[in-house]
Design a protein around this ligand. Structure first.
Ligand code: IVH
Length: 699
């Protein structure tokens, strides 16, 4: 796969030198990355790249699509489809009018082009001055509120713009949103706007998340999304969420002829509209509104990521309509990433759960876009060298949508000679064990395992995290405390904590009730799904989905462990079986082998199995036409995605592997199937085309 960094460095000039096929492959790659990030952002509320990086990828797809329109995929192109499909957790709502997105501009000069475009479309004389409204682009999540007869009946998220999620119950807990409208309003009255969390409430929430061992949110927008998309509305009620109204959806009667008039109408009804909206009649006026709102940005209680310019006349908005997923009557002028200059006071080393030594820059605290920043990760040894970062250096810091800041570069011209080059440690600064960097790896690791207390605490925190044991009341604060008391040194010690209930009750801020609750929460987890247990072990590269695959394949932890031990010998059939699991491959297999090879990890497994009983994954349909069969997919399927086909096969009790062997029962060959078909022929394996496969699995 093309690396994310390589994609970021692509330019139109470089692309023009490549043959169309290569550009097509790159485009597919970017579509895939964008789709993955859409899921991380919209469904899991956990973005993995910054907004600025995401925007760059989207721009790159547009450049390529402009060059080769024939390569455009209507389904995958981010400019053509909207957001990501709604998740399965909530019931679905089909929007009466699609919820659109906005096209972005980044440069001041683009404001005039927007105005010119608008005039051309409306066939207005050059000298006409159009009225626009400039308003902050709130960095939250958009919502559609539907009132019928003045009563709030549905609240839905944007989802993919066509279908959203029904979050009515959760919305009822937000006080900025009127549940009944006191004045006469059209019978059908849909209001759209942004739900957001104030920066101060976001920090408070993250502090308490940390205290209870829950994952921190990356930014206020994700915190708002995570808080709203809760199954239990009581949790939403505990989170301080707010709402700005800024647009309409379906409305059965016209209430205003202008956007500004509509905003005043909303304010009269008790909705909160943004006070910074300004009427502008020229490109200069829009640019100055942009400057003004930009200057206020860091002082605002909420995050904004640009300024939206909207044509004020609703009749003109109507005539302008939309192009693909964005209206022609509005554009978002995005802010550049927030930057600031500060000084590195020191560089510390943090130890992660896999023993990775991560250098962290301790900074002279500085306000970057309303957030006080005092630390920034330096990633690894090479990063420090590549950016020539020294202790005492002045550096440019950047916060691009996310709260975690990056160091963009050092400023060598500002040096006075007192700066010190950082020497990367060769022993773990926390436990003194050797720290080793393997050839070809960027990361240096402590070799202390559970003997390194820092590593041990991180492993324990991971062990009780949300997708792992998720034990209520056992967060990082309690883990550190119990560890200091000598009660918690390794995961299996968690299950000995109930014996200490009385001592726990006597601890500061605990008491009998909390101790009892903690003991109950621990005891509840003595039975746990195998996939959670595997994930909790903290094996490198084994996230929850890989853990699920392993659980489904091996059914017990003992069998998984034994197979990984056998697989140390790559000629043993267990090795082949491991790398054959679809999506596992050699690299993950290697990490599994390394993990189970270590005696301390074998001890960890057996001590855990003394206290807990893993729940064996649900056995798939054993009576289906393909149960027990070994299947390999190759080539592109037309009617269903590979992921869907694979999921169905597994649900029906088949095992999907990635390479053809004599154990394979069927090879399903889509378009452009390659060498696997040849191999299947060699082994005499049955080859099915897509239709034959569909027929076989619909029996
Ligand atoms: S107008 C047809 N106004 O930005 C567009 N959107 O990137 C209707 N947003 O989906 C939206 N602040 O969630 C509009 N003042 C504002 C906004 C705003 C934030 C969001 C909205 C939209 C997204 C597009």
């Amino acid at each position: 796969m093309t690396s994310f960094e390589a994609l970021q460095k692509l330019t139109i000039t470089k692309l023009k030198k490549q043959p169309k096929e290569a550009v097509g492959a790159t485009l597919e790659e970017i579509y895939k990355i964008i789709a993955l990030h859409d899921i991380a952002y919209h469904q899991q509320d956990t973005p993995t790249i910054s907004d600025a990086e995401y925007d760059k990828l989207v721009e790159l797809t547009s450049m390529i699509e402009e060059m080769f329109p024939e390569l455009i995929s209507e389904k995958k192109s981010p400019k053509r489809r909207i957001g990501s499909p709604p998740s399965e957790q909530f019931s679905k709502v089909i929007h009466a009018k699609p919820m659109l997105s906005l096209s972005n501009i980044f440069e001041e000069e683009e404001i005039s082009s927007f105005i010119q475009r608008t005039k051309r479309f409306l066939k207005l004389p050059e000298e006409t001055s159009i009225e626009f409204i400039a308003e902050p682009k709130i960095d939250g999540l958009s919502i559609c509120l539907r009132y019928e007869g003045g009563k709030l009946v549905t609240a839905a998220t944007r989802g993919d713009g066509i279908t959203g999620e029904d979050v009515t119950h959760n919305i009822l807990t937000i006080s900025d949103i009127p549940k009944f409208l006191s004045k006469e309003v059209p019978y059908i009255f849909e209001i759209r706007g942004e739900i957001y969390m104030k920066k101060s409430d976001f920090f408070k929430l993250n502090d308490s998340q940390l205290g209870t061992g829950k994952r921190k949110f990356a930014n206020p927008r994700n915190a708002a999304a995570g808080s709203l998309r809760q199954k239990n509305a009581d949790i939403t009620a505990q989170r301080a969420l707010h709402f700005f109204a800024y647009a309409s959806g379906e409305i059965s009667e016209i209430v205003s002829h202008s956007h500004s008039g509509f905003l005043s109408y909303l304010a009269d009804l008790g909705f909160v509209v943004n006070p910074l909206s300004t009427k502008c009649t020229s490109a200069e006026a829009l640019a100055s509104a942009y400057e003004k709102i930009g200057a206020a940005r860091s002082m605002l209680e909420y995050d904004i990521d640009g300024v939206v310019y909207k044509v004020d006349s609703l009749e003109w908005q109507n005539r302008l309509g939309q192009v693909s997923r964005a209206p022609r009557w509005a554009v978002a002028h995005k802010f550049p990433a927030e930057k600031a200059i500060t000084r590195i006071i020191d560089i510390d080393i943090q130890i992660g759960r896999t023993g990775a030594l991560t250098p962290v820059a301790r900074l002279q605290p500085i306000n970057v876009g309303g957030v006080i920043v005092s630390n920034a990760t330096l990633h690894n040894e090479d990063e420090i060298r590549r950016k020539d970062i020294r202790i005492g250096d002045y550096v440019i810091l950047q916060r691009a949508g996310d709260v975690i800041p990056q160091i963009v570069s050092s400023l060598p011209k500002k040096r006075n000679g007192t700066e010190a080059i950082f020497t990367f440690p060769t022993t773990c600064p926390k436990c003194g064990h050797p720290a080793v960097r393997l050839i070809g790896e960027a990361v240096t690791r402590c070799t202390g395992g559970f003997l390194c207390n820092a590593q041990c605490i991180e492993r324990l925190i991971h062990f009780v995290s949300r997708d792992a044991f998720d034990i209520e009341g056992l967060g990082s604060k309690q883990i550190i405390l119990f560890n200091q008391l000598g009660w918690l040194k390794k995961p299996s010690d968690i299950f000995l904590l109930p014996e200490k209930e009385k001592e726990i009750a006597l601890l500061d801020r605990m008491g009998k009730k909390s101790a009892k609750n903690l003991v109950n929460a621990i005891n509840m987890r003595r039975k746990i799904e195998l996939e959670r247990l595997i994930f909790a072990l903290g094996i490198r590269q084994v996230g929850i989905s890989t853990a699920r695959l392993l659980a489904q394949t091996y059914k017990t932890l003992e069998v998984l462990q034994q197979n990984c031990i056998y697989a140390q010998n790559i000629n043993h059939p267990s090795y082949q079986e491991l790398v054959d699991i679809d999506q596992i491959g050699e690299s993950i297999a290697n990490d599994l082998i390394i993990f189970f090879k270590k005696e301390e990890n074998q001890r960890l497994v057996s001590s855990l199995l003394e206290s807990i009983t893993p729940i064996i994954p649900e056995i798939a349909n054993l009576n289906s036409s393909i149960s027990g069969k070994v299947i390999v997919f190759t080539g592109t399927l037309n009617q269903l995605s590979r992921a869907e086909a694979k999921a169905k096969a597994e649900r029906m009790g088949a095992k999907v592997t990635s390479s053809v062997s004599k154990k394979t029962d069927y090879v399903i060959a889509g378009n452009d199937a390659g060498t696997k078909v040849q191999k299947a022929n060699d082994y005499g394996v049955t080859i099915l085309n897509e239709n034959e496969w569909i027929q076989l699995t619909s029996q």
